[in-house]
Design a binder for this molecule. Structure first.
Ligand SMILES: [Zn+2]
Length: 161
């Protein structure tokens, strides 16, 4: 097994290298003094995709403490959640939240058949406790758009350069 290192800036792991191939930062050990992997990392998480374990379901790339990520993904686990250090980040793997998304409540809500302005009013009343979302008209059937107001960027993230 190769000794693993970690870039303190990108949080990605590297094998047998001194400097990060992505940002040039000096690498730190991926393990603590006892040789145990540090819990904070950029993790690629998978679980079994079927009972025989013939397929693997990708649960994405997650940066943070293994306990927090395991808790967050616990409902996605088939038999187990497999955590592997991400060696290099492909930008496409980091699923940044979008700034907006189309949302419907389905037919039973009665909102899909409403006039667009009435539907928007319904959603505005529904989420009146939230001032970080703006409701606008959607071009999709029965939907509205949730427009998320910008939050502070996460410090030290892979896209924070
Ligand atoms: Zn780096």
């Amino acid at each position: 097994m190769n000794k693993l290192f970690r870039c303190p800036k990108c949080k990605t792991a590297k094998k047998d290298a001194k400097f990060c191939s992505e940002c040039g930062e000096k690498l730190e050990s991926f393990s603590d003094a006892s040789g145990i992997w540090k819990p904070e990392a950029m993790w690629r998480v998978t679980t079994q995709g079927d009972e025989e374990g013939r397929t693997t379901k990708q649960l994405g790339v997650h940066e943070g403490h293994i306990v927090d990520i395991a808790h967050k993904l616990s409902a996605e686990s088939f038999y187990d959640l497999c955590f592997e250090p991400v060696l290099a980040v492909k930008k496409a793997e980091i699923r940044e939240p979008r700034s907006s998304v189309h949302v419907t409540l389905g037919y039973d809500s009665g909102t899909t058949t409403m006039e667009s302005s009435a539907r928007q009013a319904y959603f505005r009343a529904m989420i009146k406790d939230r001032d970080d979302v703006k409701i606008t008209e959607s071009n999709y059937y029965g939907a509205v758009v949730f427009n998320f107001k910008k939050k502070e960027p996460v410090r030290g993230g892979p896209n924070d350069r």
